[in-house]
Design a binder for this molecule. Structure first.
Ligand code: ACO
Length: 324
């Protein structure tokens, strides 16, 4: 008998305001054509003034609870992956806990930038399989629009705001790759790449929240190679290979990275979830958003094998293999 962390509910939230690429043409030397062909992005959502990361996270959490048919007090733990919290502290997770009226349990945040949801899933899985908790609400939520330099065309056209939430529950499996739930995880980071993607402010340096800086083309070169390696390592840990994959659910940063990764894994694009055109890069929210939308569209079905992977600031990267 093996305890598995099994997905029992999923949901997402996107802020109302949709910003098409053409909106940037008024203020920047850029074009819809450049953004579409270089990144695959067509539009993104931006949070309204006063709408915070914990608001987005709370809406997504409510959708996931409704999907699972659960009440917030059926949940033991809330983990929020974010790099754009409402405040330096307390955690977004404890704010969500309060907004949802959760009476007990505990919540904490995980910060691994675009790989944040992968790290959060890994933490949730560890808590569940070690028998410490039964149900974890895992949320990815971001307001990256708040850390954009609106004069930097190489970054501000790429990111968006949003949130996705997944509920994992302890269930017993047989200990085989046919079990539902998280089958394997693989995490990596390498701090020597700090300058490739960072925010130029912080509590113990400038005392400000700062703006995002990215060497996009250098990062691009690392992305495909590291994403393929981590996805294949996670699959091998689960006793599986590329051939077993029903769906790749990639971090939605750039369609060229998504296609390049799928090609190296020999997985056809018909088996890759793509939402980047509609949301841009929503960092830690990107994977749960893509998952939720794919389930809503009827693409991902119960029992199918997913590998989800992401890379971001740190650099930090990783993958999770999950049978839906
Ligand atoms: N409009 C028009 N031209 C632009 C724009 C723009 N918005 N942005 C950059 N350019 C120009 C550049 O200035 C450059 O011009 P030059 O040749 O005259 O110097 C030219 O376009 C090419 O720029 P590159 O940066 O080489 O373009 P590239 O093809 O690499 O695409 C991109 C850029 C989309 C950023 C790509 O490199 C990428 O997606 N990188 C990876 C991003 C990523 O995965 N990040 C990780 C996750 S994010 C996180 O963790 C928060």
């Amino acid at each position: 008998m093996t305890i598995r962390a099994v997905a029992v509910g999923i949901g997402h939230y996107l802020p109302e305001r949709v910003v098409p690429n053409s909106e940037f043409e008024a203020t920047l030397d850029t074009s819809d054509e450049w953004i579409r062909t270089r990144s695959g992005i067509e539009r993104r959502h931006f949070a309204a003034d006063g709408e915070t990361t914990s608001d987005l996270a709370t809406y997504a959490a409510r959708a996931a609870l409704a999907d699972a048919g659960l009440d917030i007090n059926d949940i033991d733990t809330i983990i929020v992956a974010t790099s754009t919290p409402d405040l330096t502290f307390p955690s977004v997770a404890t704010m969500v806990q309060h907004k949802l009226g959760m009476q007990g349990g505990f919540g904490f945040d995980v910060q691994a930038v675009c790989a944040g949801f992968i790290y959060a899933l890994t933490n949730a899985n560890a808590l569940i399989i070690s028998g410490q908790v039964n149900r974890v609400l895992v949320i990815g939520a971001e307001t990256f629009s708040r850390i954009m330099d609106w004069t930097d065309r190489s970054t501000c056209v790429l990111f968006g705001d949003g949130a996705g939430a997944l509920i994992l529950e302890a269930q017993t499996g047989k200990g085989t790759p046919q079990d539902r739930g998280i089958l394997a995880v693989d995490l990596n980071s390498d701090g020597k790449y700090r300058d490739m993607l960072y925010v130029d402010g912080g509590v113990s340096t400038t005392g400000t929240s700062g703006k995002l800086r990215m060497m996009g083309n250098q990062l691009f070169r690392h992305a495909i190679e590291k994403l393929v390696a981590t996805a294949e390592t996670a699959l091998a840990k689960a006793g599986l290979t590329d051939d077993d994959v029903d769906w790749i659910v990639p971090h939605q940063a750039n369609i060229r990275i998504i296609k390049g990764t799928a090609k190296k894994m020999n997985v056809s694009m018909d088996h890759v979830i793509v939402t980047v055109q509609d949301h841009g890069n929503t960092s830690a929210a990107s994977i749960p958003l893509a998952l939720s939308i794919a389930v809503e569209r009827g693409q991902i079905k119960r029992g199918e094998l997913l590998v989800t992977e992401a890379i971001g600031g740190g650099l930090a990267w990783g993958a999770v293999v999950i049978r839906w």
